[in-house]
Design a protein around this ligand. Sequence first.
Ligand code: AMP
Ligand code: MG
Length: 336
Amino acid sequence: MLIIRVNKDNPETEKIKKAAEIIKKSGLVAFPTETVYGLGADALNARAVKRIFEVKGRPPDNPLIVHVSSVDDVYKIAKPNKIAKKLMEEFFPGPLTLVMEKKDIVPDITTANLKTIAVRMPDHKVALKLIELSETPIAAPSANKSGKPSPTRAEHVIEDFKDEIECVIDGGEVDIGLESTVVDTTTYPIEILRPGAITKEMLEEFFDVKVAGESDVAKSPGMKYRHYAPEAETIVIKDRKKILELAKKLSKNGKIVGIAAMNPKEFKDFITFDLGRNYEEFAKNLFKALRELDKKCNVIIVEGIEEKGIGLAIMNRLKKAGKLYDLSQSITDNKR
Ligand code: AMP
Ligand code: MG
């Protein structure tokens, strides 16, 4: 795998050109965005897109997000309605993906046979330059093996794919650390299919918003699959006292316990990962914490948080990565 190190604030055109050449020749290039690293291929080239599904082990009915470098380019692949136009004006470039009516130029494999397409313009100079120089929209899911935590640094991409992909552009650590908010603009109220850094509260400034429930899997095919999961058993607990109680009990039973929490001083008897001081830091550190603790532990306990603002997106990922501990259960009753 070719590793291209770039200056993320001022990416070197000559270096990005090399990666763009790979995209043009139907290859796969992993690249940084403000959310997570993406695994990119020419979105209009069915053969190239097929390889994304193959190397990720991604189910073929889980459609990809297509990335553009300008609002004008959206019109080549999609037919935005008034709502989509307004949201693009407000939030592009940024961590918001809009589901819109698709145009025929996009091969069916890219959208998993749907008549709609999910489009995003990333707010990241490296990603924008790669798309521009590739002269095509780039289909890119997160650059991890299907089911694993998403990559927030180039090292994570290399861990997962080694020589299975042609290139990774290393632009250092990402800013946000969680995948984009996915919004269906073809229904009203508009519907959040996947929560992210563009929050319900932010969207409500403009339109009525509904959040798809866990039972609405058909609307966002990706929702039905296991995601973000470490090998280690992962338990999410919203109460710090219970975290400590369960950790003690599990380690007595011979488990190696890792705890990811905000300011984890009180858990110093265990392997810990500090998720930071606020929810933004929590989001940015979460996937790295899961990957690192997974290397050392066989049980990971993650601190659960309030589901508001970006907390909704964090808890959405955590519930898929592991299981939410039922607080009415007493720890001593727990069979583990
Ligand atoms: P990922 O590529 O892993 O970040 O996931 C992309 C998410 O966007 C998945 O949850 C998909 O189901 C969703 N998605 C992509 N395209 C569409 C679409 N046309 N309609 C609804 N959801 C979509
Ligand atoms: Mg993903």
